[in-house]
Design a protein around this ligand. Structure first.
Ligand code: 5AD
Ligand code: SF4
Length: 445
């Protein structure tokens, strides 16, 4: 079998990062090995995101560049959420694209590639592209190889897919499809393999991860709390994280897990999007600001030091100055250790895009700046509050400088630290000495 070069570029969220790594695993038996640049690749995959307009523009500009050095036999594939949403439109706009496939069909890549080669050989010109954007009846997870081919000390594991909530700004229910939970046994098996391959931390992934409800062989339904408890019993698993959660799906079992399971890290990404009751209603979030604050309070009762992070959207249609002030008040009340905030981006096919009270870009930009100022202050204050503490840091990556390791504290703060190379991949005790806006540093004990 001749060696073939595979170039994958990943856009968007952690689920896409996981999917890209699974594509590598699916393609390995066909002789594909990863390469760093698209220039000489036999297969180029762009694993795309559709969440905001910017993500999409980037893909088309990257495609243009790839076209410039595409060889006759190179297969150019667009996968992921934008592929799911746009389907054949991508090939109409970029006819040199050979394959378009969604996030639920990549287990079929070997067969798609064979078809793409056949249609290249026939040289049928335009219209030869392959489009696979249905939601198959079979689950991709049943067809992916058990082993991952690249496992670091921190690994992702998808346990749940899709979303049934239909927030009015969001494309996810359309791009990833209906909510689906993998059976607990399959997850435990995959986790065991990851641990055997050197993982020390596993981050459980799902677009709605705390809606997890997997069915075991006896027909019993497991929630996320129970799954975490079972994972914590696996030998060698030092850290468990999960993302992304929805306030409506928080249950006591999960909150109690934060109290009782030492491997479960004391940080939670719990997006609220807005602090305005009116806007949350227009967003169809199915929760009020009060409900959200109660969840935070209750979780903190179980685990007082838990660090919260969140996502925010400013400038959703109809957002008034007062609505925006409500968001700032909520942020002040909750106090976050980290947060992501975005200007509302109208997405085709979502209810928000056709609402008639769209907010101007200037107003969105101004609000985003004010919100980010507040969030940055909180993040820095949180980082400063950890100075003097000694914390275990899992050094899961090399830093940009020689000899520099990059890792995370239990609270998910980034740590940059100079360490001997043999400590890369290890969990080491670090005394935090300095805090910055986005990271902390200290000395190895
Ligand atoms: N515009 C801006 N931000 C969005 N998000 C989701 N959809 C949009 C949109 N249309 C944000 C939300 C979500 C995060 C992943 O992206 O904050 O939690
Ligand atoms: Fe982007 Fe959402 Fe798809 Fe992740 S699930 S790649 S954030 S559109």
């Amino acid at each position: 079998m001749s060696l073939k070069r595979l170039y994958i570029k990943t856009y968007g969220c952690a689920s896409n990062v996981y999917d890209s790594s699974r594509m590598v695993d699916v393609l390995k038996p066909l002789g594909y090995a990863l390469t760093e640049t698209p220039e000489n690749a036999d297969l180029v995959i762009l694993n795309t995101c559709h969440i905001r307009e910017k993500a999409e523009e980037k893909v088309y500009s990257d495609l243009g560049r790839i076209r410039a050095h595409k060889q006759e036999k190179t297969i150019v594939a667009v996968g992921g959420c934008m592929a799911q949403a746009e389907g054949g439109e991508i090939i109409r706009r970029a006819p040199y694209v050979d394959m378009v496939f969604g996030p639920q069909t990549y287990h079929r890549l070997p067969e798609m590639i064979a078809r793409a080669h056949r249609s290249q050989d026939k040289k049928t010109g335009s219209g030869r592209g392959i489009v696979e954007v249905d939601f198959p009846v079979e689950s991709k997870f049943d067809y992916l190889p058990g082993e991952h081919s690249h496992v670091g000390s921190s690994a992702f594991l998808a346990i749940q897919e899709g979303c049934d909530k239909f927030c009015t700004y969001c494309v996810v229910p359309y791009t990833r499809g209906a909510e689906f939970s993998r059976p607990p046994q399959a997850i435990l098996e995959e986790a065991k393999l990851l641990l055997e391959q050197g993982a020390k931390e596993i981050t459980l992934l799902g677009q709605n991860v705390n809606a997890y409800h997997g069915e075991d062989p006896t027909g019993a339904i497991w929630g996320l709390g129970r799954l975490i408890e079972a994972l914590a019993a696996l030998k060698g698993l030092r850290r468990i994280r999960y993302m992304t959660s929805h306030p409506r799906d928080m249950d006591d079992e999960l909150m109690i897990a934060h109290r009782d399971i030492p491997q479960l890290m004391p940080s939670m990404h719990l997006p609220v999007q807005s602090g305005s009751e009116r806007i949350l209603k227009a967003m169809n979030r199915q929760h009020t600001p009060d409900f959200y604050k109660k969840i935070i309070e209750k979780t903190r009762q179980y685990r007082p030091d838990i660090a919260f992070s969140s996502d925010f959207i400013v400038g959703f249609p109809g957002e008034t100055d007062q609505d925006f002030e409500d968001t700032l008040s909520l942020v002040r009340e909750v106090s976050y250790s980290q947060a992501y905030s975005f200007k509302y981006s109208p997405r085709p096919g979502t209810p928000g895009a056709v609402m008639d009270n769209q907010i101007s870009e200037d107003v969105k930009a101004e609000r985003l700046m004010r919100l980010q100022e507040l969030l940055n202050t909180q993040q820095r204050a949180f980082n400063e509050s950890t100075i003097g503490k000694t914390m275990p840091v899992l050094l899961d990556r090399k830093g940009s400088r020689e000899g520099q390791g990059l890792g995370k504290t239990p609270y998910a703060q980034s740590v940059h630290i100079d360490v001997p190379a043999e400590l890369f991949g290890e969990c080491i005790d670090v005394k935090i000495e300095k805090a910055f806006a986005n990271s902390v540093t200290g000395s190895v004990l």
